[in-house]
Design a protein around this ligand. Structure first.
Ligand code: HEC
Length: 502
C-alpha cells in the first residue's frame, strides 16, 4: 500500500511537470521571475529582443562575450549611454550570476526542466567534420536497457556493459547482446515506469584490472540495498571483483564496502559510481553526495560520502593514503568535498588522476584530483543552487573555511551541460586527438573535445551535438571511440570511426 501511494504521488507530480514542459513553461525555474521582472521589458520574454528597447540575447552574437563571466560583466556594468542600465546597484551579485546562467542556458537551448531522456535520436549520417579529425558514427547496438551506465571494451573486441537496474551483459563485435551474466551483485528495478533517475541498488561502473589479460579480474561498482527494507529503501556504494565464466560471475571478492551503517535514503543518482586504475595498480572509487542526512557528511572526513577513495587492487588500504594517520578519518579517502563525480580516469603519461563532476545549476567541473585536497562541495561552487542562491552551506553547517584551501576546477563548464563521463584519447585511429579529453554530457546531449596544456584550459570544440544523453565514453583496444547512450527506446552503444575523407 505504502509502495503504491508513493509511486502514485510521484506519477501525479511527473504528469503535471510533463504537461508544463510540453507547454514550454518553466514552472520551477526560480531564475525566470528575476528575468521577467527586470529584463523582459527590453529584451522580450523570449529573449528575442524588443524593437527600439533592447537587442536579442539568444540566436545572436553577444558583443560583450557569451561566457557566463562575460554576460555577468555586461549586466553588471550595463551600457548606460546606450540604454542598458548598469545593474550593479539594483541587483545582488548572485542575482546577476543567476541571470547570466539563465541567459547562457537559453542560448544553448538547455531548459532547466528538460532532461532529454526521450528526445528523438538520429545518428549523424555521412561524415562528421571536426577541427582535427573527420569521422563517421556507427551503431553497435540499440537494444540495451534505457538506463545503461558503463562500458568496458574487452581485448577481443567484445564490450562489457552494465545496465543500472538490470546487471551486466556482453555485447559481441557485431552487436549481439548476451543474456544477463548470472550471479552478479543484486540490482533492483523499482519500475516506476517514468522515473529514469531514481532507485536504490544499481549496477554502476565496470572496469578491467590493468592486467586483465593474465588474471581475468573484472571490477564492479554497485550500490548495495538493504534486504529487509520498506520504501523508501536505503543503499550504499560497494565494489567487488570477480571473473566471468560461461555466463556466470564467479570468484567474487569484496574490495571496498562501507557496509550497512552507511546505507542512505539518498537515491543512487547521487552515488557517483566510477572506478579507475592507475599504472601502479591502485584502484580509485568515486562516491557522490549519498550522505545520510545533510551535506555535513561530505566535508566530514570520517564518512565515505563525497569522496574519492583509493585502495590496492585487492582492497587493502594503502599505507601512504593522505589521511591514514588520522584516527577518525575514513582511511581510504584520497580527496573530498565532491558532489557528483561522474567520470574518473587516470592518465598514465602524466601520472595524474582526473575527474568530471556535475555541479548544481552551472558549476560542472573538470578536476585534477590531488591527494588530501578539498574540492569544495557544499561550501563553494561556481554554480548556483537550483533555487538561485549561491552555494555557501558552510554558514548553515557551521564550517569555516578559507577559499584558498579549496581546489578549483581546471575547467569550469558553466552553464552546466550536465557533464558525465570522459576519456583521455590515446590510440592510433585519431592521431590528432591524442591527449584530448573527450567529455560526454547528459542534458546537453553533446560530446566535447577539450584541450589542456600544462593543466590549463586551451580550447574546446563540440564533436557531436543533438545526440542523446551520453553516459560513458571509452577508447577500445582498437583505438576507436565508443559512446554509451541512454534512451527511452533502448540504450545504445555507438562508435566513432575515422573517415577516409579527411
Ligand atoms: C531599458 C532597457 C533595458 C533593460 C531593462 C535591460 N536591458 Fe540589457 N540591454 C539593453 C540595450 C539597449 C542593450 C545594448 C547596449 C549596447 O548597445 O551596448 C543591452 C545589452 C545587454 C546585454 C549585452 C548584449 C551583448 O551583445 O553583449 C546583456 C547581456 C543584457 N543587456 C542583459 C540584460 C539583463 C539580464 C537585464 C535585466 C537585469 C537587462 N539586460 C535589462 C537594454 C535593456
Amino acid at each position: 500500500m505504502k509502495k503504491f501511494l508513493y509511486g502514485f504521488l510521484i506519477l501525479v507530480t511527473l504528469i503535471i511537470v510533463g504537461i508544463l514542459v510540453v507547454l514550454n513553461v518553466d514552472p520551477f525555474d526560480p531564475f525566470e521571475p528575476l528575468y521577467s521582472e527586470n529584463c523582459a521589458g527590453c529584451h522580450g520574454t523570449d529573449m528575442m529582443g524588443v524593437e527600439n528597447s533592447g537587442p536579442a540575447l539568444v540566436g545572436s552574437v553577444l558583443t560583450g562575450g557569451d561566457s557566463v563571466t562575460e554576460i555577468s560583466r555586461s549586466i553588471t556594468l550595463g551600457a548606460p549611454g546606450k540604454g542598458m542600465p548598469a545593474w550593479s546597484d539594483e541587483l545582488f551579485e548572485e542575482d546577476i550570476r543567476a541571470l547570466a546562467i539563465y541567459i547562457a542556458e537559453r542560448r544553448v537551448d538547455r531548459l532547466f526542466t528538460d532532461f532529454k531522456v526521450d528526445a528523438s535520436l538520429t545518428l549523424p549520417k555521412g561524415v562528421v567534420k571536426s577541427e582535427k579529425e573527420n569521422f563517421t558514427v556507427e551503431l553497435v547496438t540499440d537494444r540495451l536497457d534505457p538506463l545503461p551506465f558503463s562500458i568496458a571494451p574487452l581485448p577481443d573486441g567484445r564490450i562489457l556493459v552494465s545496465e543500472k537496474m538490470k546487471g551486466l551483459r556482453i555485447v559481441s563485435q557485431n552487436g549481439e547482446i548476451s543474456e544477463l551474466i548470472r550471479d552478479t551483485p543484486e540490482v533492483h528495478d523499482d519500475n516506476f515506469e517514468l522515473i529514469l533517475v531514481w532507485g536504490w541498488g544499481w549496477m554502476l561502473d565496470v572496469e578491467l584490472h590493468p592486467d586483465y589479460e593474465n588474471n581475468g579480474w573484472i571490477y564492479i561498482h554497485h550500490t548495495e540495498r538493504c534486504t529487509d527494507c520498506v520504501l523508501p529503501p536505503r543503499s550504499m556504494n560497494r565494489v567487488v571483483r570477480g571473473r566471468i565464466r560461461e555466463g556466470r560471475w564467479v570468484d567474487e571478492e569484496e574490495i571496498w564496502a562501507p557496509g550497512e551503517q552507511y546505507y542512505s535514503f539518498i537515491p543512487d543518482v547521487a552515488a557517483g559510481g566510477r572506478l579507475a586504475f592507475d599504472e601502479s595498480g591502485y584502484l580509485y572509487i568515486s562516491v557522490g553526495i549519498k550522505g545520510r542526512s545533510n551535506f555535513h557528511d561530505i566535508q566530514d572526513l570520517s564518512t565515505p560520502y563525497g569522496k574519492i577513495h583509493r585502495v590496492h587492487d585487492d582492497g587493502r588500504v594503502p599505507k601512504d593514503n593522505p589521511f591514514v594517520e588520522f584516527e577518525l578519518a575514513y582511511p581510504t579517502t584520497w580527496s573530498y568535498g565532491h558532489r557528483s563525480p561522474q567520470g574518473l580516469e587516470f592518465d598514465p603519461y602524466s601520472g595524474e588522476l582526473w575527474s568530471t563532476e556535475m555541479g548544481p545549476r552551472g558549476g560542472d567541473e573538470l578536476n585534477l584530483l590531488l591527494p588530501g585536497r578539498n574540492y569544495g562541495w557544499p561550501l563553494y561552487s561556481k554554480g548556483l543552487d537550483y533555487d538561485g542562491t549561491p552555494i555557501e552551506y558552510g554558514k548553515q553547517l557551521g564550517i569555516e573555511f578559507d577559499l584558498n584551501d579549496i581546489e578549483q576546477p581546471v575547467v569550469d563548464l558553466t552553464p552546466g551541460p550536465a557533464v558525465s563521463s570522459f576519456t583521455l584519447y590515446r590510440g592510433n585511429k585519431f592521431p590528432h586527438w591524442e591527449n584530448s579529453f573527450l567529455v560526454g554530457s547528459l542534458r546537453a546531449t553533446e560530446l566535447y573535445r577539450i584541450v589542456l596544456e600544462n593543466n590549463r584550459y586551451v580550447r574546446s570544440e563540440v564533436l557531436l551535438t543533438k545526440l542523446a544523453r551520453i553516459r560513458d565514453v571509452e577508447v577500445g583496444f582498437d583505438g576507436l571511440v565508443y559512446l554509451l547512450l541512454e534512451h527511452a527506446d533502448g540504450g545504445q552503444i555507438i562508435r566513432l570511426v575515422p573517415s577516409k575523407d579527411q
